[in-house]
Design a protein around this ligand. Structure first.
Ligand SMILES: Cc1cc2nc3c(=O)[nH]c(=O)nc-3n(C[C@H](O)[C@H](O)[C@H](O)COP(=O)(O)O)c2cc1C
Length: 166
């Protein structure tokens, strides 16, 4: 059983969640960091399951993840698929953000989808991001809402789906 986790991370939280997720998955795992590598470097068809993850900024997932999801959707539809986001909005808005960002045809067939929470790290933000976070989110210190239980539940759904697929 082989899993690909394709993700983007600007300030490190999504990457950290990918590490936690990997520990809970009963699978051999390859990673592609779409902030560093091109999606064309990977052969999706080699994998039994694919997990896509992105942070949400200004209501949108990373362009790199969106492009990957859209351009590979025909192949992704043939796989066990999991979709997640990282973000600081409440669960209700997080659900909306997942539904408005990932392609509907992938949302329809995904085994699981979730928001894992997010983090603010002021030392990793640009000046503009600091100003916006202070003004809009009204937060002025580092915060983490990463939900390990949500990550574990997501991994369990993927493990179960992979077991059925064998
Ligand atoms: C400028 C800025 C805009 C953001 N916009 C959103 C947003 O629209 N929705 C949301 O849920 N979280 C938003 N966030 C929170 C990020 O999604 C969160 O910090 C996430 O953990 C970042 O992941 P990364 O460290 O992998 O880049 C925003 C954060 C910043 C700094």
């Amino acid at each position: 059983m082989k899993t690909l986790i394709a993700y983007f991370s600007r300030h490190g939280c999504t990457k950290k969640c990918v590490g936690i997720l990997a520990d809970y998955l009963d699978s051999e795992i390859d990673f592609i960091d779409l902030s560093r590598s091109s999606a064309s470097d990977v052969d999706v068809l080699k994998y039994d399951s694919i997990i896509l993850g992105s942070p949400v900024y200004y209501g949108n997932i990373a362009k790199e993840v969106k492009v990957f999801a859209e351009s590979e959707s025909y192949k992704l539809k043939q796989k066990k698929l999991g979709l997640f986001t990282c973000g600081m909005q409440d669960q209700w808005r997080a659900k909306e953000q997942i539904e408005s960002n990932y392609p509907k045809e992938l949302l329809d067939i995904a085994e699981t989808r979730a928001c894992f929470g997010g983090e603010y790290h002021f030392d990793r933000m640009s000046l503009m991001e600091k100003v916006i976070t202070k003004k809009v989110a009204k937060v002025n210190k580092d915060v983490s809402t990463v939900d390990e239980e949500a990550i574990k539940a997501f991994a369990e759904s993927m493990n179960k789906a992979n077991l059925i697929g064998t």
